[in-house]
Design a protein around this ligand. Structure first.
Ligand code: CTP
Ligand code: MG
Length: 235
């Protein structure tokens, strides 16, 4: 349906990096293809965007494009399944090649986060008119220490200033493309997209997310995800 920025109608393109190998999860099958309450993780994730009325198109980056096409190729709004790259940043870059220069908002969301609440997605997209870069994040629950390579603590940042950053991350296309080009030219590799824009001095706004929006990373995350989906299905 698209959103409005300064009176202009702007399309919403979603990029889903799904080309990881899930080293920390272990096992023979990449986590995005593992079943969660009977359906592959990737199906849960893509459906969230297919069903969001604000989303116009979905581009997925995957290594196993055949399997990906079989699983989600026919879901509404999925327009392209591109080959992923060696790092997450490379996979997002590959998908970005299909995002055209006309004004639009780009929403990047990990395939491995199938529990994103629909209202968080909708709210962060609706806010996009006001901010060139947004990250969904939650305040950290643990005390976080900085630890040196010798294994000793070197500092304890004030927890009130620390946020655990998730996806979706939502950007205006032009600064996003510029930040990616600069990072590639300078050999900078970030673990999220926003860090590329931070380097360019683009202000990044934090949008409050949900602790339920976990990234399936290690096996116990699946237990928690099953429990959350179970509770949701019971209403
Ligand atoms: N991803 C990607 N291309 C890569 C690496 C990661 O598209 N080369 C995707 C993953 O599929 C995942 C998201 O980026 O949906 C977040 O990455 P992460 O949770 O780190 O997944 P993996 O890289 O698969 O896991 P690990 O780091 O444990 O190997
Ligand atoms: Mg990874």
């Amino acid at each position: 349906m698209s959103i409005r920025i300064g009176g202009l109608r702007v399309a919403v393109s979603v990029i889903i990096p799904a080309a990881g190998s899930g080293k920390r999860m272990g096992g023979g099958t990449a986590k995005q293809f593992l079943p969660l309450r009977g359906e592959p993780v990737l199906v849960h994730t893509v459906r969230l965007f297919s069903e969001c009325p604000l989303v116009d198109e979905i581009v997925i980056a995957a290594h196993d494009r055949e399997t990906t096409r079989e699983l989600v190729g026919s879901l509404p709004k999925v327009t392209h399944i591109v080959a992923g790259g060696p790092e997450r940043q490379d996979s997002v870059w590959a998908a970005l090649q299909l995002v055209h220069s006309r004004p639009r908002v780009v929403c990047v969301h990990d395939a491995a986060r199938p529990l994103l609440p629909a209202d968080v997605l909708e709210q962060v997209l609706l806010a996009a008119g006001g901010y060139p870069a947004q990250v969904v994040a939650v305040p950290v629950k643990d005390t976080v220490k900085v630890v040196g390579s010798d294994g000793y603590v070197t500092g304890t940042p004030d927890r009130a200033t620390l946020w655990a950053v998730q996806t979706p991350q939502v950007f205006w296309a032009e600064p996003l493309l510029h930040a990616f080009r600069s990072a590639r030219a300078e050999g900078f590799l970030g673990t999220d997209c926003a860090s590329l824009l931070e380097r360019q001095g683009v202000p990044v706004r934090v949008h409050p997310g949900s602790h339920e929006n976990l990234k399936l990373t290690t096996p116990e995350d699946f237990l928690l995800a099953e429990a959350i989906l179970g509770r949701r299905s019971r209403g």
